[in-house]
Design a binder for this molecule. Structure first.
Ligand SMILES: CC(=O)SCCNC(=O)CCNC(=O)[C@H](O)C(C)(C)COP(=O)(O)OP(=O)(O)OC[C@H]1O[C@@H](n2cnc3c(N)ncnc32)[C@H](O)[C@@H]1OP(=O)(O)O
Ligand SMILES: O=C([O-])CC(=O)C(=O)O
Length: 471
């Protein structure tokens, strides 16, 4: 967010600057205002500044080119093609993700925590994604309370989930439930009522807040129907989002699991705009489909094994490995298993990436969590052993551009340790988190009047003719 200097000064008349310590900021916030500024109020202030910012960028740089598009990019999944605006995060191939310019360790340090907790609250991350600013403790608490108040599902959505056969994959159930929330979309209603396009952001904001708020109840219901027992507990309006999600899953009394959820939701939330789930949400949203329809589409992309489903695939692959080579395998036995995967024409799940060329910092954050909370877990040790062996094998195989682990190589091991060992459910948790990034961008897209997406496509025949006489 780049406001002009005078505009910044005007805004900070009522708010402290962002470079003071979080604790001091929190104390200050309490003394100068009884009610913290809401996310919606702050966002509304930022819209005109961002309009100015975009106008200035387009005026100065609008005619400049990034570089040529090659025919290989058209055939090659548009890898590296600069084609999308995404403000929440940017991915560097070597360094990994930064959320509004902040690395994962910086977010862990700067974002507000729950009392007694040490992991960042995802509420704070959402505030950061949307505004580019680190919120106060009070602002984050108000957001937790707002989401808790919006968490209830329409009864027909509960019935839809309950009617799903237990053989239907949890991601399909998740997508059905999210799509059905469109029944009560504020944006869809406002559009039908003839809302002015300048006001699109407001019902989009409301839908996005409802979407995020309702996901714990959807995820909890799917989990209990398929794997758990007993009635779903009520949302506790005094607790944070991750506690409520954990409690709905049946892990509310496990403080370490709740901390894991805080970290998990924070780090899985956003990975710039080109990944399948994020781009799908943005694309569908560009048709002015409401956030429920747009994010339902995101989930269908996340459910693919080369994307979010890889966390499920990693655990299945690990279990098969253990069955084949035992619980304490030698390096040679593990190597043989990895080679047999490649020779069978399959991918090693959890390794490789379309953009990253180093170990994913989300993998590292989860590894550090494991070193702190479960250093002697046999499955964690196996994951560490695999980390030492896979990269050399992928390099030797000579195909993968990135031999290093991605986020999905580690998440399932942590969940399994705490007893959430139903791997078919893992991508649902990824989806809960990914809503944060997709929703933040949808709100900005509507606030900035983002256009319908409609890139140009060609047939192979056309390409052949087009380049026939060019060297
Ligand atoms: C949250 C996320 O979405 S993170 C990614 C999760 N997905 C996985 O972990 C699945 C395993 N990994 C992969 O399949 C890939 O690395 C992807 C899909 C993530 C990236 O794909 P790409 O950008 O096409 O990777 P890349 O350019 O390196 O691929 C070149 C070749 O190496 C292969 N390759 C890449 N990664 C792997 C891997 N982990 N195991 C085996 N082969 C691999 C590709 O399949 C491709 O083979 P091909 O030429 O026969 O088609
Ligand atoms: O960036 C990507 O292509 C895939 C990924 O890691 C994510 O979406 O989290």
């Amino acid at each position: 967010m780049r406001a002009t200097a005078p505009a910044r000064a005007a805004l900070f008349k009522t708010r402290p600057p962002l470079n003071i310590s979080r604790a001091a900021f929190a104390l200050g916030a309490r003394s100068y205002a009884s009610k913290p500024q809401t996310l919606k109020e702050r966002f509304a202030e930022l819209i005109p500044l961002e309009h100015e910012n975009v106008k200035a960028i387009r005026k100065e740089h609008g005619h400049k080119a990034f570089g040529p598009v090659t025919v290989d990019q058209v055939y090659g999944g548009m890898r590296g093609l600069p084609a999308l605006l995404w403000d929440g995060s940017v991915l560097d191939a070597e360094e990994g993700i930064r959320f509004r310019g902040k690395t994962i360790p910086e977010c862990q340090e700067l974002l507000p925590k729950a009392p007694g907790g040490s992991e960042p609250l995802p509420e704070g991350l959402f505030w950061l994604l949307l505004t580019g600013e680190v919120p106060t403790v009070e602002q984050v608490q108000a957001l937790s309370a707002d989401w808790a108040a919006r968490a209830a599902l329409p009864s027909f959505v509960e019935e839809l989930i309950d009617a799903c056969p237990s053989t239907l994959h949890p991601m399909s159930q998740f997508s059905i439930a999210v799509t059905a929330l469109n029944h009560d979309s504020a944006f869809a209603k406002a559009y039908q009522d003839g809302v002015h396009k300048k006001e699109y952001w407001e019902p989009t904001f409301e839908d996005s807040m409802d979407l995020i708020a309702k996901l714990p109840n959807i995820a909890g219901r799917i989990y209990r129907n398929l794997f758990g027992s007993g009635k779903l507990p009520a949302i506790d309006p005094t607790k944070d989002y991750s506690y409520n999600l954990s409690n709905l899953l049946g892990f509310g009394d496990n403080q370490a699991f709740v901390e894991l959820m805080r970290l998990y939701i924070t780090i899985h939330s956003d990975h710039e705009g080109g990944n399948v789930s994020a781009h799908t949400g943005k694309l569908v949203g560009s048709a002015l489909s409401d956030p429920f329809l747009a994010f339902g589409a995101s989930l269908n992309g996340l459910a693919g094994p080369l994307h979010g489903l890889a966390n499920q695939e990693v655990l299945i692959w690990l279990q098969r490995m253990i069955k084949q080579v035992g619980e304490n395998p030698s390096d040679d036995a593990v190597k043989e298993y990895i080679w047999s995967t490649l020779k069978g024409g399959q991918v090693v799940p959890g390794y490789g990436h379309a953009v990253l060329r180093k170990t994913d910092p989300r993998y590292t954050a989860q590894r550090e969590f494991a070193l702190k909370h479960l250093p002697n877990d046999p499955l964690f040790k196996l994951v560490g052993q695999i980390y030492k062996l896979v990269p050399d094998i992928l390099l030797a195989a000579g195909k993968a551009k990135n031999p290093w682990p991605n986020v999905d190589a580690h998440s399932g091991v942590l969940l399994t340790y705490y007893g959430l060992d139903q791997m078919k459910f893992y991508t649902v948790l990824f989806g809960v988190s990914r809503a944060f990034g997709v929703a933040a961008q949808l709100i900005w897209d509507r606030a900035l009047g983002a256009p319908l997406e409609r890139p140009k496509s060609y047939s192979s025949e056309h390409l052949k003719k087009m380049f026939a006489n060019r060297s």
